[in-house]
Ligand binder design. Structure first.
Ligand SMILES: NC(=O)c1ccc[n+]([C@@H]2O[C@H](COP(=O)([O-])OP(=O)(O)OC[C@H]3O[C@@H](n4cnc5c(N)ncnc54)[C@H](O)[C@@H]3O)[C@@H](O)[C@H]2O)c1
Ligand SMILES: O=P(O)(O)OC[C@H](O)CO
Length: 342
């Protein structure tokens, strides 16, 4: 490891939802030159005209050094780092378009928390197989308890950044860190991503429990047994089990399962209160990654022969119309067993 830290000056942030916008604002406040790519032209317009992303991060004044564009080539021009914050369902198509710009592959921070439907690939795999053409050392993944609105309001937040190249992780930590945004390094790329993706599924279940009015005992049990499921799958996929006790594991699981600001928790809450999934999703502009990730998680559980009863019940509620109270009862009436976490 060398002592000299590489510094970056120009960053492209791809994805102008709440999280991409909050991170772009965060970097721009550090006096970096930031170009934010938005999928919707109207988002670009309002950022340019009103210095606000009314659609996805209302109420946050965006710094003048934050530029917005609908052109990927323009966002990437001169960029030394790409920060990727597009929801998982659109990640592959946007990364393919990035590849087509001809911009040379360089350091990437993936801030997306999800697993690709169908392929069951983690976001790191999607990035590495598309834009990076196999060069895994250029990638770092960012995860941990971090509601976009709180980061945008500069409330103290701590997250984890994982990558296979320790020097790159160190350089990117320096890029991201401020006295209000603390970034811990890790080499567990799989564990950090699995924690960030799977907590969304458990947060959905926690919302259901709250929507049913089942109380704190139930929710604590769900979070704890949810963590056991996450660790089991993580171990089967080669993650370090200790990662799940950190910020990207239990930290984000607790935040999302108990924080009313969580979109995943909100979806679960409304399901538990009797609304239909399609009506809930049609009423939301924001993405609740846990819905798609639930299916992918179940696919991975089957592939790796791991028992994930909570994930299974979440899928039954989401996709088979199973009644929420019936799902809770079926979880509670499983046979007696030893409490094994990992
Ligand atoms: N919001 C948060 O607090 C937060 C925090 C940490 C991580 N994340 C993760 O960041 C990722 C992005 O979430 P978000 O909260 O910024 O989004 P969001 O829910 O606020 O907004 C939806 C985003 O999806 C984009 N989009 C929709 N369809 C698209 C398409 N076909 N192609 C490209 N883009 C499309 C929209 O432009 C918009 O940027 C997710 O994986 C999420 O889990 C979010
Ligand atoms: O609002 P959610 O449920 O997508 O969660 C946002 C972040 O992932 C919390 O760390």
């Amino acid at each position: 490891m060398t002592d000299s830290t590489r510094t970056f000056h120009r960053i492209a942030v791809v994805g102008a939802g709440a999280w991409g916008t909050a991170l772009a604002a965060h970097l721009a406040r550090k006096s970096l030159s930031v170009a934010l790519w938005a999928y919707e032209p109207e988002v670009v317009e309002t950022i340019r005209r009103e210095r606000e992303n009314r659609m996805f991060l209302p109420g946050i004044a965006l710094p003048p050094s934050l530029g917005a564009t609908h052109s990927l080539a323009e966002a990437l021009k001169g960029a030394e780092v790409l920060l990727f914050a597009v929801p998982s369902h659109a990640a592959r198509s946007v990364l393919t378009r990035i590849h087509e710009t001809g911009h040379p592959a360089g350091p990437v921070i993936s801030a997306t928390k999800g697993i690709e439907e169908g392929s069951f690939e983690l976001m790191s795999e999607v990035v590495i197989h598309t834009w990076l053409r196999g060069n895994a050392d250029l990638l770092a993944v960012l995860s941990g308890p971090s509601f976009a609105g709180e980061v945008a309001r500069e409330l103290p937040t701590a997250v984890t950044l994982a990558g296979s190249d320790r020097e790159l992780v160190r350089d990117l930590q320096a890029l991201l860190m401020t006295p209000r945004f603390r970034v811990y390094g890790s080499s567990d790329v799989v564990g950090v991503q699995l924690g960030g993706a799977l907590k969304n599924v458990i947060a959905l279940a926690a919302g259901v429990v709250d929507g049913l009015g089942l109380g704190h005992n139930t929710r604590a049990a769900l979070i704890t047994r949810g963590l056991a499921e996450i660790i089991r799958l993580g171990q089967a996929m080669g993650a370090d089990p200790r990662t799940f006790y950190g910020l990207s594991g239990v930290g984000d699981l607790v935040l999302t399962s108990t924080g009313p600001a969580s979109r995943n928790h909100q979806v679960g809450l409304r399901l538990g209160q009797g609304e239909r999934l399609t009506d809930i999703l049609n009423s939301m502009q924001a993405v609740a990654e846990g819905v798609r990730t639930a299916r992918a998680a179940l696919g991975l559980a089957r592939r790796h022969r791991v028992d994930m009863p909570i994930v299974q019940e979440v899928c039954a509620v989401l996709f088979e119309g199973k009644a929420c109270d019936r799902a809770v009862r079926d979880l509670m009436e499983r046979g007696a067993k030893e409490e094994v976490v990992c």
